[in-house]
Write a protein that binds this ligand. Sequence first.
Ligand code: C2E
Ligand code: MG
Ligand code: MG
Length: 372
Amino acid sequence: MVPDLADAGEGRSVADALIDRLGEPFAVSGLELGVGAAFGVAVGPDHGDDPVTLLQRADIAMYTAKAHGDGSAQLFSAELVTAGTRRLRLAGEIRTALDEGLLDVHFQPIADLRSGKVVSAEALVRWHHSEHGWVPPPDIVGLAEHLGLLRQLTLFVLRSAVRQCATWRDSDFDVQVSVNLAAQSLIDVGLVSDVQRELRDAGLDPGRLVLEITETQVIRDPDQALQVLRGLSEIGITLAVDDFGTGFSSLSYLTRLPVNEIKIDRSFVANMLSDDTSAKVVRSIVELGKSLGRVVVAEGIEDLVTWDVLAAMGCDRGQGYHLSRPLNAERLTPWLTGRARPLPAPSPAAPVVSRPEDRPPHSSSPSRSTAH
Ligand code: C2E
Ligand code: MG
Ligand code: MG
């Protein structure tokens, strides 16, 4: 409690000063420790004139601050009550939505930047609430984490994705499918067997599945995360680091993780034509990724110029509104026609000129040519 404040803004300044002080490392038994904090601020008489109301309102503000992460302070406002009510409504309904199949999965294609061939599609969860409209995916994931429904949500998206990928494969679409993992999934020791079971049930090769993780998830509990990631990698799943560039991991970290792909965060990609620093960040990530032998994917490409600049930089793959927005499978499947099918094999009637060096080594049939 801080008495005699001039106005609500001063209350916020006090909270900011406390956050700064708490952020300074302090020594305990020879260890440097840091503490993160989130503050909710309510000021009388603007936000209430009795202690109970003020505490309730500071509490509401604190939950918003927490949602923004450590190191933030939030002043109470009436809009937070509306947002809080909405959150409560959604929290009450997400379980039913999951049980009754009211959630959906959309897919956004990812293409080779040079050939334009679609090589993969990212599965993104969707929930259209009858009253609140489209619920942003990070809110869905946050609610599921909070309510202990994350495993159920992850399994729902994973199952939809691997089944859809198997259907595409059966129609001769040569694409992988990516699924995002939430922070808590990486500390779930049952994840590897869940993934194996879903792949087996769908009859899908593990090589067709990509799992996307973020840097921050790994930093939270590196040893546990590394164990889960190794388990996934050993069964042949491709791992990608999502939103790369927004976290604070060191480069050496990347070499320790069994990841095959790096996805450059769209905040850099979106600004790279207008902002020199973003362009430099993108270029460095492409060079870093290539030198470490990783596949580099740019997210959030919204126009052809950005697409071409990235291709010229040596970036491998691209994803974004320029290629396609996320679509449901019924709409994406016809779109994929011609963009994700393997090149047709040469027709037997056409004469195939085969040079000796084109033949596979030790080929028993000299008349057979290799198709590329
Ligand atoms: P993400 O994994 O980085 O997914 C890419 C996000 O960027 C998607 O947002 C996509 O719609 C959006 N996007 C793609 N291209 C463009 C573009 O050109 N411009 C702009 N402005 N945006 C573009 P979405 O679907 O809203 O998902 C947001 C985030 O929510 C995802 O970011 C991911 O972190 C999380 N998420 C989505 N679905 C799931 C899920 O099933 N499970 C988990 N754990 N997280 C999910
Ligand atoms: Mg992703
Ligand atoms: Mg991303």
